[in-house]
Design a protein around this ligand. Sequence first.
Ligand SMILES: [Zn+2]
Length: 433
Amino acid sequence: MIPTSGSYHLTNVRLHRSLTSGLATTYDTDGFALADIAVADGKLSSIAAHKKSKAPATAIDLAGRIILPCFVDCHTHIDKGHIWPRKPNPDGSFIGALNATGADRAARWSAEDVARRMDFSLCSAYAHGTRALRTHLDSVPPQEEISWPVFEAMREKWRGRIELQAACLLGIEGVRDRKWFERLAKRVAAAKGVLGVVTYMVPDLEELLDKVFAEANKHGLDLDFHADETDDIAAISLKKIAEAALWNGFEGNILVGHCCSLARQPDLDVLDTLDKVAKAKLAVVSLPMCNLYLQDRRADQTTPRWRGVTLLHEMKARGIAVAVASDNTRDPFYAYGDLDMLEVYRMATRILHFDHPVGDWPQTVAATPAKVMRLDGVGTLAAGGSADFIVFKGRNWTELLSRPESDRIVVRNGRAIDRQLPDYAELDELMVE
Ligand SMILES: [Zn+2]
């Protein structure tokens, strides 16, 4: 349906207000408008309100199908991805995930193992329509020396198809070894990465956060935290991160993931935290699928009663930048997933109520994470911008979000790509016990 090369016109397509710039027209209550777009030399040469009489005779009529910009997935773990067959989570709990992954990492994460699983993950993400992806990299010794060079090679291999970023990942206790942490920050800076830690409510949390901010300031690094991935209401590290950002006068981008406990805390505490998060200009990413899987998992096999996600509506209402992302795929932290951001958006719609009205929630999987990741011209459709978009079958939200849309068309630089997903069997030899 989409030509594989050259210039062409698509007429009668449906674009969303929140992900299109420069299209002055009337949008319906769902935020959609019919439009005509022209593609030339890998760019969107024009976007205009749909006019049947104006479309050239050769224009391809898409009959009102939705077109969205390619996705941006700002929080993943492709170094962990797909180890499930050899290292499942024994009970679906967070601690089960941590222990299983730690054991697998120590025993199996050679450069080749990590590279092949990362490549597999990127193949899936690309086929589903993702254009940029940030992964965390487990960076506890000696893994940092293995995984960072693999990431650098993988970023080169995928350049032009997926813009790949990486953040280091370690428990904040690791920062106590100052000399080692300084070396890690230097290594991350050399790879043009992002500095990341997992915060826990340790007694010296504030002191350790100051060290993290100091290293980020020293090397000009952005920050990416895992915070409060628990139902424990005493977990308030999101607030501590915001306070540390303010008193350190940090000017880089800060992304904080999870923040699950916030949804369990008393309203007054929540308001105080959100004030600080807004003031410190933190961005927050919710990981709805992983949170639904791990949070409120009960040892006695009783039914979960909590969705696990953080307060994205309250955050957005205060102007805090909010995103959703894949997080883990087929590893002990989440047994499922394929880095399909349409699935993430569909699940987020249901778990987080991104509907009635949909408003600008679609930005959570494209424009907002692109901004957090400092990717200009990504995540929004604009005349003069690159022709990187996805053509769906659905013509409205209920059609789009009711089927997997496995037959979506992904267009990169104006051309429809081969969307073949990698075969699970490709990883079989890595899964042998
Ligand atoms: Zn994560």
